[in-house]
Design a protein around this ligand. Structure first.
Ligand code: NAD
Length: 350
């Protein structure tokens, strides 16, 4: 039996999760990519999108709603535009392939955009931003998601909490903005509910439209959009880009991976990669982005603030700390992962 909490190294957790997905028929290279995406979320402190989600992805694989070995079809209607029919692949696999294609186009043409249809939940958007910045590209990632938030003025779930995601290379540490368009990611409400913890007022409404601090009631109701009509408007943009334009489901029709088990999710994504120095003399981009960061960090600080940080900086620091100290899993997350490992016959050493 696992202990109440255990600390894992990145390598051990990645190997275990790779093994678990591989025993479900996922090709080894894809299984490793899925594991790396999930473990990177835990390393970055985005544990709502880390290995805690392994059981639901496996459940959907076992039900045939996600294909372990999909027949993904990619074509390029234009030199800088590609589209990928993901054939209900694991979202991680489809997204990685699509961002690779966008980066390849950007290497040749300066920019590349790849839309994905018939995909599934792809986890933390930063996985694909970092894929682009590792290749020296700036990037946007758009996705739609199952309905969880009302459109501004409504009270029923309609829009996804779909993250807005942008990154720009900046030497050692890229600027990585990866933010759900709800006040918080719905995964955080789900996790609080699973742990029996309360949520702050203002995160969610219950099913009757009342503000609540009860995470379970909030999870059964709606999370609220970030900054009211502004977050609602950005999420609508995701529906247009990643839903209407990609050819996937849209307008509340993307399946919820936790509650819709009669059909695949049909989520859509768009990946845009481009050279950050497109409009500049060679070498000027690096100097200018570093100067921007320096000026931003040198701004006079508000009361109680010790340091001004760039988007993605907290996560980059968390990654360094967890690579050194290990990733702690506890409670239900640990129990369910250990259960899946045992079921798959894969060791999960501490
Ligand atoms: N696949 C999906 O359908 C889906 C849906 C929703 C959310 N998500 C994922 O959920 C994750 C969590 O999203 P979130 O909105 O809860 O993240 P968050 O609120 O923790 O962070 C949002 C952004 O703000 C930045 N930030 C936070 N504190 C900061 C500070 N003090 N100074 C400067 N920048 C700061 C972070 O670096 C990050 O870029 C994301 O990785 C997102 O991709 C995925």
């Amino acid at each position: 039996m696992p202990q109440q909490n255990q600390v894992f190294t990145e390598a051990v957790l990645t190997d275990a999760v790779t093994g678990i997905f591989a025993t479900h028929g996922v090709p080894q290279a894809d299984a490793r990519r899925v594991a790396k995406c999930l473990v990177l979320a835990d390393l970055r402190g985005v544990s709502s999108h880390g290995v805690s989600r392994v059981p639901i992805y496996l459940d959907r694989l076992r039900r045939g709603l996600v294909k372990a070995a999909p027949n993904m079809v990619l074509d390029r209607p234009m030199s800088v535009a590609a589209r990928l029919d993901a054939d209900n692949a694991l979202g991680f696999v489809a997204a990685t392939r699509a961002m690779a294609e966008a980066v390849d186009m950007a290497r040749v043409h300066g920019m590349g955009m790849c839309a994905v249809r018939r995909s599934t939940h792809f986890g933390m958007a930063a996985n694909y931003l970092l894929q682009a910045t590792d290749a020296g590209m700036a990037a946007f990632v758009f996705t739609n998601a199952s309905r969880a938030m009302p459109i501004w003025g409504g009270r029923a779930p309609f829009l996804g909490t779909s993250p807005f995601a942008f990154a720009a290379p900046a030497g050692e540490r890229p600027v990585v903005l990866d933010m759900a368009l709800s006040v918080v990611a719905r995964g955080k409400v789900r996790r609080a509910a699973a742990r029996g913890e309360p949520i702050p007022l203002g995160w969610a409404l219950d099913a009757d439209g009342n503000p609540t601090t009860d995470a379970q009631k909030g999870y059964e109701g709606v999370v609220l959009p970030l900054a009211g009509p502004k977050g609602s408007g950005l999420s609508l943009m995701m529906e247009i880009m990643a839903g209407v334009m990609s050819g996937s489901a849209f307008g509340g029709a993307v399946g919820n991976q936790y509650s819709d088990f009669d059909a695949p999710q049909d989520a859509g994504h768009v990946f845009l990669a481009f050279r950050p120095d497109l409009f500049l003399e060679p070498g000027h981009y690096e100097t200018r982005i570093k100067e921007l960061i320096r000026r931003a960090k040198d701004q006079p600080r508000a009361a109680g603030v010790e340091e001004i940080m760039m988007p993605g900086e907290i996560e980059a620091r968390a990654t360094l700390a967890r690579r050194r100290d290990g990733i702690r899993l506890d409670g239900e997350d640990l129990r369910l992962l250990a259960q899946e490992a045992a079921r798959a016959g894969v060791p999960l050493p501490q």
